[in-house]
Design a protein. Structure first.
Ligand code: URP
Ligand code: ZN
Ligand code: ZN
Length: 467
Protein backbone atom coordinates (compact mmCIF):
# COMPACT_ATOMS: atom_id res chain seq x y z
CA UNK A 1 0.00 0.00 0.00
CA UNK A 2 1.30 3.46 -0.93
CA UNK A 3 1.26 6.39 1.48
CA UNK A 4 0.25 8.74 -1.29
CA UNK A 5 -0.72 8.58 -4.95
CA UNK A 6 -0.75 11.56 -7.29
CA UNK A 7 -3.16 10.60 -10.02
CA UNK A 8 -4.11 11.98 -13.40
CA UNK A 9 -1.43 14.62 -13.77
CA UNK A 10 1.12 15.29 -16.48
CA UNK A 11 4.58 14.41 -15.19
CA UNK A 12 7.42 16.50 -16.59
CA UNK A 13 11.11 15.68 -16.27
CA UNK A 14 14.12 17.16 -18.00
CA UNK A 15 13.72 14.39 -20.59
CA UNK A 16 10.01 13.63 -20.97
CA UNK A 17 6.40 14.70 -20.63
CA UNK A 18 4.03 11.83 -19.77
CA UNK A 19 0.52 11.30 -18.45
CA UNK A 20 1.01 9.02 -15.46
CA UNK A 21 0.48 8.50 -11.77
CA UNK A 22 3.15 8.77 -9.09
CA UNK A 23 3.21 6.49 -6.04
CA UNK A 24 4.98 7.61 -2.87
CA UNK A 25 6.01 5.63 0.19
CA UNK A 26 8.15 6.82 3.11
CA UNK A 27 8.98 10.06 1.36
CA UNK A 28 10.25 8.52 -1.85
CA UNK A 29 8.82 7.81 -5.27
CA UNK A 30 8.26 4.05 -5.45
CA UNK A 31 5.91 3.71 -8.40
CA UNK A 32 5.42 5.49 -11.65
CA UNK A 33 2.94 4.39 -14.28
CA UNK A 34 -0.59 4.35 -15.71
CA UNK A 35 -1.99 2.95 -12.47
CA UNK A 36 0.13 2.82 -9.34
CA UNK A 37 -2.20 0.91 -7.02
CA UNK A 38 -3.88 1.65 -3.75
CA UNK A 39 -2.81 4.46 -1.48
CA UNK A 40 -3.76 5.81 1.93
CA UNK A 41 -4.16 9.25 0.39
CA UNK A 42 -4.81 10.33 -3.18
CA UNK A 43 -4.24 13.72 -4.76
CA UNK A 44 -6.13 14.42 -7.94
CA UNK A 45 -3.72 16.19 -10.28
CA UNK A 46 -5.99 16.33 -13.34
CA UNK A 47 -5.19 19.42 -15.35
CA UNK A 48 -1.98 19.98 -13.41
CA UNK A 49 1.69 19.51 -14.21
CA UNK A 50 3.61 17.29 -11.82
CA UNK A 51 7.08 18.81 -11.69
CA UNK A 52 10.23 18.03 -9.73
CA UNK A 53 10.25 20.58 -6.90
CA UNK A 54 12.40 23.56 -7.72
CA UNK A 55 15.97 23.46 -6.48
CA UNK A 56 17.38 26.93 -6.00
CA UNK A 57 21.14 26.56 -5.83
CA UNK A 58 21.85 30.24 -5.22
CA UNK A 59 20.16 31.81 -2.20
CA UNK A 60 21.49 33.81 0.75
CA UNK A 61 19.86 33.24 4.13
CA UNK A 62 20.86 34.77 7.46
CA UNK A 63 24.18 35.73 5.91
CA UNK A 64 26.34 38.33 7.61
CA UNK A 65 26.08 41.47 5.46
CA UNK A 66 27.83 44.16 7.52
CA UNK A 67 27.56 45.46 11.07
CA UNK A 68 24.68 47.86 10.32
CA UNK A 69 22.79 45.66 7.89
CA UNK A 70 20.47 42.71 8.52
CA UNK A 71 19.40 40.21 5.89
CA UNK A 72 15.61 40.03 5.72
CA UNK A 73 15.36 36.25 5.62
CA UNK A 74 16.68 33.62 7.92
CA UNK A 75 16.16 29.93 7.32
CA UNK A 76 12.52 29.94 8.40
CA UNK A 77 11.16 32.81 6.32
CA UNK A 78 13.53 32.14 3.43
CA UNK A 79 12.49 28.53 3.09
CA UNK A 80 8.82 29.44 3.66
CA UNK A 81 9.15 31.73 0.65
CA UNK A 82 10.93 28.98 -1.27
CA UNK A 83 8.06 26.56 -0.56
CA UNK A 84 5.49 29.14 -1.65
CA UNK A 85 7.35 29.41 -4.95
CA UNK A 86 7.31 25.67 -5.67
CA UNK A 87 10.79 24.89 -4.36
CA UNK A 88 11.69 21.85 -2.30
CA UNK A 89 15.42 22.37 -1.80
CA UNK A 90 17.71 25.39 -1.52
CA UNK A 91 21.48 25.74 -1.34
CA UNK A 92 22.45 28.84 0.64
CA UNK A 93 25.97 29.85 1.56
CA UNK A 94 28.10 29.40 4.65
CA UNK A 95 30.24 32.54 4.66
CA UNK A 96 33.73 32.47 6.07
CA UNK A 97 34.58 35.88 7.51
CA UNK A 98 38.23 36.85 7.28
CA UNK A 99 40.25 35.47 10.17
CA UNK A 100 37.65 32.77 10.86
CA UNK A 101 38.09 29.08 10.39
CA UNK A 102 36.07 27.72 7.49
CA UNK A 103 34.93 24.74 9.55
CA UNK A 104 33.69 27.06 12.32
CA UNK A 105 31.77 29.10 9.72
CA UNK A 106 30.04 25.96 8.45
CA UNK A 107 29.11 24.96 11.99
CA UNK A 108 27.74 28.48 12.61
CA UNK A 109 25.46 28.25 9.56
CA UNK A 110 24.29 24.81 10.63
CA UNK A 111 23.31 26.34 13.97
CA UNK A 112 21.42 29.14 12.21
CA UNK A 113 19.48 26.59 10.12
CA UNK A 114 18.80 23.99 12.79
CA UNK A 115 15.10 23.47 13.37
CA UNK A 116 14.16 26.33 11.05
CA UNK A 117 13.91 25.13 7.49
CA UNK A 118 10.65 24.11 5.80
CA UNK A 119 12.37 22.66 2.74
CA UNK A 120 15.58 20.65 2.41
CA UNK A 121 18.86 22.52 2.25
CA UNK A 122 22.59 22.16 1.85
CA UNK A 123 25.47 24.67 1.93
CA UNK A 124 28.01 26.03 -0.49
CA UNK A 125 31.07 27.53 1.21
CA UNK A 126 32.20 31.12 0.63
CA UNK A 127 35.98 31.31 0.89
CA UNK A 128 37.23 34.80 1.80
CA UNK A 129 40.43 33.94 3.65
CA UNK A 130 42.35 31.17 1.91
CA UNK A 131 45.03 30.83 4.56
CA UNK A 132 47.47 27.90 4.44
CA UNK A 133 45.29 26.08 7.01
CA UNK A 134 42.14 26.65 4.93
CA UNK A 135 43.80 25.55 1.69
CA UNK A 136 45.81 22.73 3.17
CA UNK A 137 43.42 21.19 5.68
CA UNK A 138 39.98 22.72 6.02
CA UNK A 139 38.87 22.85 2.39
CA UNK A 140 40.01 19.31 1.53
CA UNK A 141 38.33 17.95 4.67
CA UNK A 142 35.09 19.86 4.02
CA UNK A 143 34.93 18.65 0.42
CA UNK A 144 35.32 15.08 1.70
CA UNK A 145 32.44 15.79 4.11
CA UNK A 146 30.14 16.68 1.20
CA UNK A 147 30.60 20.47 0.85
CA UNK A 148 31.59 20.00 -2.76
CA UNK A 149 31.18 23.55 -4.04
CA UNK A 150 32.48 26.90 -2.96
CA UNK A 151 32.04 30.48 -4.05
CA UNK A 152 34.79 33.04 -4.53
CA UNK A 153 34.45 36.76 -5.15
CA UNK A 154 36.41 39.01 -7.49
CA UNK A 155 34.83 42.11 -5.92
CA UNK A 156 33.60 43.54 -2.55
CA UNK A 157 36.06 44.87 0.05
CA UNK A 158 35.42 42.14 2.62
CA UNK A 159 35.20 39.23 0.19
CA UNK A 160 37.51 39.83 -2.78
CA UNK A 161 40.35 37.40 -3.49
CA UNK A 162 43.52 38.39 -5.35
CA UNK A 163 44.38 36.57 -8.57
CA UNK A 164 46.99 34.56 -6.69
CA UNK A 165 44.39 33.55 -4.09
CA UNK A 166 41.91 32.61 -6.80
CA UNK A 167 44.52 30.36 -8.35
CA UNK A 168 45.29 28.76 -4.98
CA UNK A 169 41.59 28.03 -4.35
CA UNK A 170 41.14 26.72 -7.90
CA UNK A 171 44.10 24.41 -7.34
CA UNK A 172 42.48 22.91 -4.22
CA UNK A 173 39.25 22.46 -6.19
CA UNK A 174 41.25 20.57 -8.83
CA UNK A 175 42.90 18.33 -6.28
CA UNK A 176 39.66 17.58 -4.41
CA UNK A 177 37.26 17.49 -7.37
CA UNK A 178 35.11 20.38 -6.11
CA UNK A 179 33.30 23.02 -8.16
CA UNK A 180 34.15 26.72 -7.76
CA UNK A 181 31.37 29.27 -8.25
CA UNK A 182 32.78 32.63 -9.33
CA UNK A 183 31.34 36.10 -8.75
CA UNK A 184 32.98 37.74 -11.74
CA UNK A 185 33.13 41.52 -11.44
CA UNK A 186 36.47 43.33 -11.33
CA UNK A 187 37.24 44.97 -7.99
CA UNK A 188 39.53 47.78 -9.13
CA UNK A 189 37.39 48.87 -12.06
CA UNK A 190 34.37 49.15 -9.77
CA UNK A 191 36.29 51.02 -7.08
CA UNK A 192 37.65 53.46 -9.62
CA UNK A 193 34.20 54.11 -11.07
CA UNK A 194 32.56 54.45 -7.64
CA UNK A 195 35.16 56.94 -6.43
CA UNK A 196 34.77 59.04 -9.58
CA UNK A 197 30.98 59.03 -9.41
CA UNK A 198 31.02 60.07 -5.75
CA UNK A 199 33.45 62.92 -6.48
CA UNK A 200 30.91 64.16 -9.04
CA UNK A 201 28.08 63.92 -6.51
CA UNK A 202 26.46 61.11 -8.45
CA UNK A 203 25.41 59.07 -5.42
CA UNK A 204 21.78 57.98 -6.08
CA UNK A 205 21.09 54.21 -6.22
CA UNK A 206 21.02 54.37 -10.03
CA UNK A 207 24.78 55.03 -10.09
CA UNK A 208 25.35 51.56 -8.66
CA UNK A 209 24.73 50.35 -12.21
CA UNK A 210 27.06 52.98 -13.71
CA UNK A 211 29.81 51.90 -11.32
CA UNK A 212 29.58 48.28 -12.47
CA UNK A 213 29.32 48.39 -16.28
CA UNK A 214 29.16 45.22 -18.34
CA UNK A 215 32.82 45.50 -19.19
CA UNK A 216 33.94 44.96 -15.57
CA UNK A 217 31.91 41.76 -15.61
CA UNK A 218 33.30 40.83 -19.04
CA UNK A 219 36.89 41.41 -17.90
CA UNK A 220 36.50 39.42 -14.68
CA UNK A 221 34.70 36.60 -16.50
CA UNK A 222 37.57 36.38 -18.96
CA UNK A 223 40.13 36.45 -16.14
CA UNK A 224 38.31 33.73 -14.19
CA UNK A 225 38.16 31.59 -17.34
CA UNK A 226 41.90 32.09 -17.92
CA UNK A 227 42.65 31.07 -14.34
CA UNK A 228 40.45 28.00 -14.72
CA UNK A 229 42.26 27.05 -17.92
CA UNK A 230 45.64 27.52 -16.25
CA UNK A 231 44.69 25.22 -13.38
CA UNK A 232 42.64 22.85 -15.55
CA UNK A 233 39.28 22.90 -13.77
CA UNK A 234 35.67 23.54 -14.66
CA UNK A 235 34.11 26.60 -12.98
CA UNK A 236 30.60 27.99 -12.64
CA UNK A 237 30.16 31.68 -13.44
CA UNK A 238 27.19 32.73 -11.31
CA UNK A 239 24.57 35.44 -11.86
CA UNK A 240 25.60 36.25 -15.43
CA UNK A 241 23.84 39.50 -16.32
CA UNK A 242 24.18 40.01 -20.05
CA UNK A 243 25.68 39.95 -23.47
CA UNK A 244 29.33 40.65 -22.77
CA UNK A 245 29.88 37.97 -20.12
CA UNK A 246 27.91 35.49 -22.26
CA UNK A 247 30.27 36.15 -25.17
CA UNK A 248 33.23 35.25 -22.96
CA UNK A 249 31.58 32.02 -21.83
CA UNK A 250 30.74 31.03 -25.40
CA UNK A 251 34.32 31.82 -26.44
CA UNK A 252 35.65 29.58 -23.66
CA UNK A 253 33.31 26.75 -24.63
CA UNK A 254 34.57 27.12 -28.17
CA UNK A 255 38.04 26.37 -26.81
CA UNK A 256 36.70 23.19 -25.27
CA UNK A 257 36.76 24.50 -21.68
CA UNK A 258 34.14 23.34 -19.18
CA UNK A 259 32.75 26.71 -18.19
CA UNK A 260 29.30 26.48 -16.62
CA UNK A 261 26.99 29.43 -16.17
CA UNK A 262 23.97 30.54 -14.16
CA UNK A 263 21.55 33.41 -14.68
CA UNK A 264 18.66 34.80 -12.63
CA UNK A 265 15.20 36.38 -13.06
CA UNK A 266 16.47 39.95 -12.57
CA UNK A 267 18.47 39.71 -15.80
CA UNK A 268 15.32 38.81 -17.73
CA UNK A 269 12.84 41.15 -16.09
CA UNK A 270 14.70 44.27 -14.88
CA UNK A 271 16.92 46.86 -16.50
CA UNK A 272 19.27 49.53 -15.16
CA UNK A 273 16.43 52.03 -15.62
CA UNK A 274 14.60 50.40 -12.71
CA UNK A 275 17.38 51.68 -10.44
CA UNK A 276 16.33 55.25 -11.29
CA UNK A 277 13.29 54.83 -9.05
CA UNK A 278 11.08 57.90 -9.10
CA UNK A 279 13.27 60.77 -10.25
CA UNK A 280 16.42 59.12 -8.90
CA UNK A 281 15.04 58.76 -5.37
CA UNK A 282 15.93 56.00 -2.91
CA UNK A 283 13.25 53.66 -4.32
CA UNK A 284 15.81 52.64 -6.95
CA UNK A 285 17.59 50.85 -4.09
CA UNK A 286 14.93 48.12 -4.33
CA UNK A 287 16.68 46.92 -7.50
CA UNK A 288 20.31 47.25 -6.41
CA UNK A 289 22.03 43.92 -6.91
CA UNK A 290 25.33 42.81 -8.39
CA UNK A 291 25.91 42.48 -11.22
CA UNK A 292 23.22 45.11 -11.90
CA UNK A 293 20.39 44.55 -14.38
CA UNK A 294 21.39 45.77 -17.86
CA UNK A 295 19.33 46.66 -20.94
CA UNK A 296 16.95 45.12 -23.48
CA UNK A 297 19.81 43.83 -25.65
CA UNK A 298 21.27 41.99 -22.69
CA UNK A 299 17.88 40.57 -21.72
CA UNK A 300 17.58 39.24 -25.27
CA UNK A 301 21.07 37.74 -25.04
CA UNK A 302 20.21 36.05 -21.74
CA UNK A 303 17.09 34.51 -23.31
CA UNK A 304 19.12 33.23 -26.25
CA UNK A 305 21.68 31.75 -23.88
CA UNK A 306 18.93 30.04 -21.88
CA UNK A 307 17.54 28.59 -25.08
CA UNK A 308 20.80 27.35 -26.54
CA UNK A 309 22.33 25.77 -23.44
CA UNK A 310 24.92 28.35 -22.40
CA UNK A 311 23.21 28.41 -19.00
CA UNK A 312 22.85 25.20 -17.00
CA UNK A 313 21.04 26.74 -14.05
CA UNK A 314 18.46 29.45 -13.46
CA UNK A 315 18.67 30.53 -9.81
CA UNK A 316 17.18 33.40 -7.87
CA UNK A 317 20.27 34.80 -6.12
CA UNK A 318 17.70 35.54 -3.41
CA UNK A 319 19.53 38.05 -1.22
CA UNK A 320 16.77 39.91 0.59
CA UNK A 321 16.91 43.18 2.50
CA UNK A 322 14.03 45.28 3.73
CA UNK A 323 13.53 48.55 1.89
CA UNK A 324 11.91 50.73 4.55
CA UNK A 325 14.33 49.85 7.30
CA UNK A 326 17.47 51.46 8.74
CA UNK A 327 19.10 48.01 8.68
CA UNK A 328 18.11 47.56 5.04
CA UNK A 329 18.17 49.39 1.72
CA UNK A 330 17.55 52.87 3.15
CA UNK A 331 19.81 52.95 6.20
CA UNK A 332 21.61 56.19 7.09
CA UNK A 333 24.80 55.19 5.28
CA UNK A 334 22.94 53.91 2.21
CA UNK A 335 21.30 57.33 1.88
CA UNK A 336 24.72 58.95 1.48
CA UNK A 337 25.80 56.87 -1.53
CA UNK A 338 24.88 53.89 -3.73
CA UNK A 339 28.15 52.40 -2.47
CA UNK A 340 26.51 51.55 0.84
CA UNK A 341 23.17 50.23 -0.40
CA UNK A 342 23.09 46.52 0.49
CA UNK A 343 23.47 44.48 -2.69
CA UNK A 344 20.79 41.92 -3.40
CA UNK A 345 17.09 41.45 -4.03
CA UNK A 346 14.51 38.83 -3.03
CA UNK A 347 13.41 36.32 -5.66
CA UNK A 348 13.17 32.74 -4.40
CA UNK A 349 9.36 32.70 -4.62
CA UNK A 350 9.18 34.50 -7.95
CA UNK A 351 11.83 32.48 -9.83
CA UNK A 352 9.70 29.57 -11.07
CA UNK A 353 6.57 31.57 -11.99
CA UNK A 354 8.68 34.08 -13.93
CA UNK A 355 10.57 31.48 -15.95
CA UNK A 356 7.43 29.44 -16.56
CA UNK A 357 5.36 32.39 -17.68
CA UNK A 358 7.97 34.27 -19.68
CA UNK A 359 9.76 31.16 -20.90
CA UNK A 360 7.35 28.23 -21.34
CA UNK A 361 4.11 30.13 -21.84
CA UNK A 362 5.65 32.54 -24.32
CA UNK A 363 7.20 29.66 -26.28
CA UNK A 364 10.82 30.56 -25.59
CA UNK A 365 11.74 27.30 -23.84
CA UNK A 366 10.17 23.86 -23.56
CA UNK A 367 8.68 22.32 -20.43
CA UNK A 368 11.66 19.98 -20.25
CA UNK A 369 14.11 22.89 -20.48
CA UNK A 370 12.19 24.58 -17.67
CA UNK A 371 12.61 21.52 -15.44
CA UNK A 372 16.29 21.18 -16.33
CA UNK A 373 17.01 24.85 -15.64
CA UNK A 374 15.11 25.01 -12.36
CA UNK A 375 15.66 21.58 -10.79
CA UNK A 376 17.49 18.77 -12.58
CA UNK A 377 20.64 20.63 -13.56
CA UNK A 378 20.98 22.10 -10.06
CA UNK A 379 20.90 18.57 -8.64
CA UNK A 380 23.44 17.33 -11.18
CA UNK A 381 25.69 20.35 -10.82
CA UNK A 382 25.81 20.27 -7.04
CA UNK A 383 25.81 16.60 -6.12
CA UNK A 384 22.14 16.02 -5.28
CA UNK A 385 21.60 13.63 -8.18
CA UNK A 386 20.20 10.94 -8.38
CA UNK A 387 18.35 11.68 -5.13
CA UNK A 388 16.74 14.98 -6.04
CA UNK A 389 15.95 16.95 -9.18
CA UNK A 390 13.71 14.53 -11.06
CA UNK A 391 10.64 12.35 -10.63
CA UNK A 392 11.67 8.72 -10.88
CA UNK A 393 11.57 5.59 -8.77
CA UNK A 394 13.93 5.89 -5.82
CA UNK A 395 14.08 9.68 -5.78
CA UNK A 396 12.89 11.83 -2.91
CA UNK A 397 9.24 12.73 -3.48
CA UNK A 398 10.04 16.43 -3.92
CA UNK A 399 7.24 17.60 -6.15
CA UNK A 400 5.49 20.78 -7.23
CA UNK A 401 1.95 20.50 -8.59
CA UNK A 402 1.68 23.29 -11.07
CA UNK A 403 -1.38 24.94 -12.61
CA UNK A 404 -0.11 25.95 -16.07
CA UNK A 405 -3.05 28.24 -16.77
CA UNK A 406 -3.50 30.11 -13.52
CA UNK A 407 -3.10 33.85 -14.06
CA UNK A 408 -1.57 35.66 -11.11
CA UNK A 409 -0.36 39.19 -10.50
CA UNK A 410 2.80 39.08 -8.40
CA UNK A 411 2.46 40.98 -5.14
CA UNK A 412 4.42 41.25 -1.92
CA UNK A 413 1.76 39.15 -0.08
CA UNK A 414 2.34 36.18 -2.37
CA UNK A 415 6.08 36.05 -1.70
CA UNK A 416 5.86 34.95 1.96
CA UNK A 417 9.37 36.31 2.55
CA UNK A 418 10.84 38.59 5.20
CA UNK A 419 11.49 41.50 2.88
CA UNK A 420 8.91 44.32 2.71
CA UNK A 421 8.75 44.43 -1.08
CA UNK A 422 9.16 42.39 -4.23
CA UNK A 423 11.00 43.87 -7.22
CA UNK A 424 8.39 42.13 -9.39
CA UNK A 425 5.32 43.82 -7.86
CA UNK A 426 2.52 43.97 -10.46
CA UNK A 427 4.10 41.53 -12.91
CA UNK A 428 1.42 39.36 -14.50
CA UNK A 429 2.33 35.72 -14.85
CA UNK A 430 0.55 32.61 -16.05
CA UNK A 431 1.38 29.38 -14.24
CA UNK A 432 1.54 28.94 -10.49
CA UNK A 433 2.41 26.30 -7.88
CA UNK A 434 -0.72 24.96 -6.22
CA UNK A 435 1.03 22.45 -3.99
CA UNK A 436 4.64 21.89 -2.92
CA UNK A 437 5.70 18.57 -1.40
CA UNK A 438 9.00 17.85 0.34
CA UNK A 439 9.65 14.12 0.60
CA UNK A 440 5.91 13.55 0.21
CA UNK A 441 4.86 16.09 2.87
CA UNK A 442 2.80 19.03 1.72
CA UNK A 443 4.49 22.28 2.77
CA UNK A 444 2.41 24.67 0.68
CA UNK A 445 -1.08 24.25 -0.75
CA UNK A 446 -3.62 26.62 -2.30
CA UNK A 447 -1.77 29.73 -1.22
CA UNK A 448 -1.14 28.65 2.38
CA UNK A 449 2.17 27.55 3.86
CA UNK A 450 1.54 24.33 5.78
CA UNK A 451 5.10 23.18 6.36
CA UNK A 452 6.67 23.49 9.76
CA UNK A 453 10.01 24.89 10.78
CA UNK A 454 12.36 21.95 11.12
CA UNK A 455 10.54 19.85 8.53
CA UNK A 456 13.34 20.50 6.05
CA UNK A 457 16.55 18.51 6.45
CA UNK A 458 20.19 19.13 5.69
CA UNK A 459 21.33 17.15 2.65
CA UNK A 460 24.94 16.01 2.37
CA UNK A 461 26.04 16.21 -1.23
CA UNK A 462 28.06 14.07 -3.60
CA UNK A 463 30.57 15.36 -6.15
CA UNK A 464 29.67 18.65 -7.86
CA UNK A 465 29.95 19.41 -11.57
CA UNK A 466 28.46 16.13 -12.79
CA UNK A 467 26.54 17.43 -15.78
O1 URP B 1 23.71 41.57 -5.29
C1 URP B 1 23.86 40.41 -5.01
N1 URP B 1 23.87 39.49 -5.94
N2 URP B 1 24.01 40.06 -3.76
C2 URP B 1 24.18 38.76 -3.32
C3 URP B 1 25.58 38.40 -3.15
C4 URP B 1 26.13 37.83 -4.40
O2 URP B 1 27.08 38.35 -4.89
O3 URP B 1 25.61 36.84 -4.89
ZN1 ZN C 1 27.77 36.97 -6.18
ZN1 ZN D 1 24.38 35.64 -4.55
Amino acid sequence: MLDLAIRGGTVVTAADVSRCDVGIREGRVVAFGEAVGEAVETIDAAGLLVLPGGIDSHVHLDQYSGDDVVMADGFETGTRSAAAGGNTCVIPFALQRRGESLRASVEAYHAKAKGKALVDYSFHLIVTDPSPAVLGQELPALVKDGYTSFKVFMTYDDLVLSDRQLLEVFDVARAEGALVMVHAEGYDGIKFMADRLERRGETAPFFHSTSRPELVEREATHRAIAHAELIGIPIMIVHVSGREAIEQIEWARGRGLRIYAETCPQYLMLTADDLKGLNMDMSGAKYVCSPPPRDQASQDAVWRALQNGVFQTFSSDHCPFRYDDPAGKTGPKARTSFRWVPNGIPGVAARLPILFSEGVKKGRISLQQFVALTATNHAKMYGLYPKKGSIAVGYDADIALWDPDKAVTLTQDLMHHGSDYTPYEGLEVTGWPVRTMVRGHTVFVDGAVTGEAGGGSFVARGPSGMI
